[in-house]
Design a binder for this molecule. Structure first.
Ligand code: AP5
Length: 255
């Protein structure tokens, strides 16, 4: 599959003072999705593929924290500095800090192109904050896609991950190798290994997922939004399964 052009995400990555050059057109019914799943299951990879297809913006909370951590001209608030420490250890950032950051990017959630949330919400408190905010804005989620994979495969995906320092596209040393070693297929940027992909942080992240994020599966199943997708197979196969499940959900809701 050819890499898809990325949509502009500057408002999400840098905050509300930056404006995206072009706002994607999501048509009459823009998709508003949440992607759930353990660290390394492939949410970011699927979000990228879904963005190419649906034109909805990929909104990752982890990426905002990482972008803040590497930008030397970014004046970090004490809360953001604290958030980066949590992230490096593999622990969850406190709910209040995460929600403040998402809420101040409300324009991205209202965007006519729709959105694909990746890594948020991650606790019941975050899910409730999102729901209350969306209700007050008269917006609704289209679906919540939950990806599943055995833990040993997750660890191997994380160990081989490389990310573009410019456009944040995600590759894998063997499973999704870039065309040129160390260079991004989309923009030519350098590829790097994330700090929290060290074994000791991976253990903490998986434990935080089991404790705090897994309960969201039940939360979204009970409100009829959950789609469960087996994340074994190639990225393209999982992408096709996701599209098929989204389409059959759409058909059911139009009956
Ligand atoms: P975040 O950035 O959200 O990371 P994560 O949830 O841990 O998920 P990852 O990005 O590690 O994995 P992914 O599922 O996106 O997998 P990927 O597609 O890259 O969060 C980082 C940190 O920020 C958190 O630990 C926390 O501290 C903080 N944080 C963020 N949001 C927060 C929140 N809401 N509340 C509190 N704290 C928050 O794929 C992984 C690798 O596998 C890649 O190399 C990829 O190429 C490869 N791959 C993907 N699919 C396949 C496939 N099908 N087959 C083979 N390889 C594949």
């Amino acid at each position: 599959m050819e890499p898809q052009p990325m949509v502009d995400r500057v408002t999400w990555l840098r905050g509300p003072l930056s404006n995206c050059a072009q706002v994607p057109d999501g048509g009459q019914t823009p998709s508003r999705l949440v992607l759930l799943g353990a660290p390394g299951v492939g949410k970011g990879t699927q979000a990228e593929l879904l963005t190419g297809h649906l034109r909805a913006c990929h909104l990752s909370t982890g990426e905002v924290f990482r972008a803040a951590g590497i930008r030397s001209d970014y004046d970090l608030s004490p809360a953001m500095k604290e958030a980066l420490d949590y992230m490096r250890r593999g622990e969850l950032v406190p709910d209040s800090t995460v929600w403040e950051m998402v809420r101040e990017r409300g324009a991205c959630l209202r965007c006519g192109g729709g959105f694909i949330l990746d890594g948020f919400p991650r606790t019941l408190r975050q899910a409730e904050s999102l729901k209350n905010w969306m209700d007050s804005e008269r917006l609704a989620l289209t679906a919540v896609v939950s990806y599943d994979l055995p833990e040993n495969e997750i660890v191997s995906r994380l160990g081989g991950r490389r990310t573009c320092e410019m456009c944040k596209a995600v590759f894998h040393l063997t499973e999704r190798a870039p065309r040129v070693v160390g260079r991004c297929d989309h923009c030519g940027g350098n590829l790097f290994q994330r700090e929290d992909d060290r074994p000791e942080s991976i253990r903490v992240r998986l434990e935080a997922y089991r404790r705090s994020t897994e309960p969201l599966i039940k939360f979204y199943r009970e409100v009829g939004l959950l789609i469960s997708v087996n994340a074994a197979g190639s990225p393209e196969q999982i992408f096709q399964k996701t599209l098929a499940d989204l389409a059959s959900r759409e058909q059911l809701s139009s009956l």
